[in-house]
Design a protein around this ligand. Structure first.
Ligand SMILES: *Cc1c(COP(=O)(O)O)cnc(C)c1O
Length: 421
């Protein structure tokens, strides 16, 4: 490892990246595949161009990539639609399915811990006269099949849930929900942005109709995503983008060959590396958990038994997470709440959905590990974190007060303590 963790070298170069849930670096093999699509000698042609060989070659590359993404989730290549990212996939899935099923009903079910792309798409649909039921997760960040079943109505047309939560890492039993919905002919969309390179995905076994994927969350490039749309979905998807009728008319616009090829390569790599990645990340996750657990008055958010390794939300009492992030910014890259909302001074809507107190939310941070994380990085991050937490607490009046009165923190149902976790 050519990092310098001893503090003698340049900090900026040795900053440990533990923010894989925000985005992942492009894998070297992916970057290489992408570069073959650029420049005069590359596959720069328009995949929709016929019949010259520039178009033919670009089309072939796009179709290879489509096959690679399809294989990752056990889908048919014809069921994959390229988009600009999971946000667009989600918009197409949620708005497209709802608008396409308008004649059959107007009720949609989702959860309050979804990504903003889902929540804001639903909010838009409410303005158009749809009814949305937002199911709250349990306080441990899990969505039960029962809670979804209770929310269903005779006129429910669509259910949208995430597979793995991007802030606390909890996994939803998608197959169980899928079973329930398939029986009732309700369209089921799953946001799999965080599960794609972390868990095996099989759209048939999960009984899902629509799945959103993001290139940059699985070691592919930013600006590309895919939507799986089951060929025998109970209702047609209404396109949200109009123009040249590419992607079977579902998503117009010239395909970004290099991005698409990159995502395809990333999907193949994810499939090949899944077992190895999962084992390595699980070991590092346990290591980080143990090290953080040694910090006094720390806690974990979310159910630890159904959490995917590599996404870990932890809190440190009497501390401001923003101050912690700031103090560590040149050494350890972590995040507070989700990156998409972190430019606003709003408590994370996910942690709020878990009914954490404002205080617990304000002192929570997310660690996310990935393919390139090493044990040295985890050790360094945990050491610097525990030192910085101690330093910052020295400055916190509440910490001193509570130490003086030796007040024990209230055992709190929302928060899973290390001892019990
Ligand atoms: C990152 C993310 C998205 C958005 O993906 P983009 O490709 O960045 O648009 C949606 N849902 C979840 C759960 C995510 O983590």
């Amino acid at each position: 490892m050519n990092r310098d963790h001893q503090g003698t070298g340049q900090r900026a170069e040795s900053c440990v990246y533990l923010d894989y849930a925000a985005t992942t670096p492009v894998a070297p093999q992916v970057a290489e595949a992408m570069s073959r699509c650029l420049g005069r000698e590359g596959l720069f042609g328009n995949a929709a161009s016929k019949p010259h060989r520039f178009g033919v070659e670009a089309r072939a590359a796009v179709e290879t990539a489509r096959g690679q993404v399809a294989e990752l989730i056990a889908a048919d290549p014809a069921e994959i639609v390229w988009t600009s990212g999971a946000t667009e996939s989600i918009n197409l899935a949620v708005k497209g399915a709802a608008r396409g099923a308008r004649g059959r009903g107007r009720h949609i079910v989702t959860s309050s811990m979804e990504h903003k792309a889902v929540l804001d798409s639903c909010a838009r649909l409410v303005q158009e006269g749809f009814d949305v039921t937002c199911v709250d997760p349990d306080v441990d960040g899990t969505i039960t099949v029962k809670s979804i079943e209770r929310a269903l109505r005779r006129d429910t047309i669509l259910v949208s849930l995430m597979h793995v939560n991007n802030e606390v890492g909890t996994v939803t039993d998608v197959a169980a929900v899928g079973c329930l919905l398939r029986e009732r002919g309700v369209v089921f969309h799953v946001d799999a942005s965080q599960s794609a390179a972390r868990l095996p995905l099989n759209v048939r076994e999960m009984r899902v109709d629509l799945v959103s994927l993001s290139g940059h969350k699985m070691y592919g490039p930013k600006g590309v995503g895919a939507l799986y749309a089951r060929s025998s979905c109970p209702s047609p998807l209404e396109p949200q983008m109009h123009g040249g009728d590419q992607e079977q008319g579902l998503r117009s616009g010239t395909l970004a060959t290099h991005q698409v090829v990159g995502m395809g390569e990333a999907a193949e790599l994810a499939r090949e590396c899944l077992g190895k990645d999962t084992d390595a990340t699980a070991a590092l996750d346990r290591r980080l958990r143990d090290l953080l657990g040694a910090i006094p008055r720390s806690f974990l958010n979310g159910n630890q038994k159904v959490r995917v390794p590599g996404i870990l939300s932890a809190g440190f009492a009497c501390l401001d997470s923003e101050a912690l992030l700031m103090a560590l910014r040149d050494e350890v890259a972590i995040s507070s709440g989700s990156a998409c909302t972190s430019d606003r001074v709003q408590p994370s809507h996910v942690l709020t959905a878990l009914r954490l107190s404002e205080e617990a939310i304000a002192c929570s941070v997310r660690f996310s590990l990935g393919r390139y994380t090493t044990a040295d990085e985890v050790d360094f991050a945990a050491t610097r974190l525990s030192e910085t937490v101690a330093d910052l607490r020295q400055l916190a009046p509440r910490w001193a007060e509570e130490a003086m009165s030796s007040r024990q923190p209230e055992p709190c149902a929302q928060v899973q303590r290390w001892a019990t976790g």
